[in-house]
Design a protein around this ligand. Structure first.
Ligand SMILES: [Zn+2]
Length: 68
């Protein structure tokens, strides 16, 4: 087993919810339960540690975004 798995900031294609995942192929959106493929269309950023990934997620959610 490899010790380090990259943590990805991913976006659900259906409801546009942002969340973190360490999955390499698929992740399930915890808001709408849609199963999304992990790929260029869903992965926004990738990190080696959970702390950096979480900080980026918070910033993305808080940042100048689209209306709800
Ligand atoms: Zn969703």
């Amino acid at each position: 087993m490899t010790a380090i798995r990259p943590v990805k900031v991913v976006r659900c294609l259906r409801c546009h919810n942002l969340q973190l995942t360490t999955a390499s192929r698929f992740f399930t959106c915890f808001r709408c339960r849609t199963r999304n493929r992990v790929g260029p269309e869903t992965v926004l950023k990738m990190f080696k540690d959970i702390n950096s990934a979480h900080a980026a997620l918070v910033r993305l959610k808080a940042g100048p975004g689209r209306p709800p």
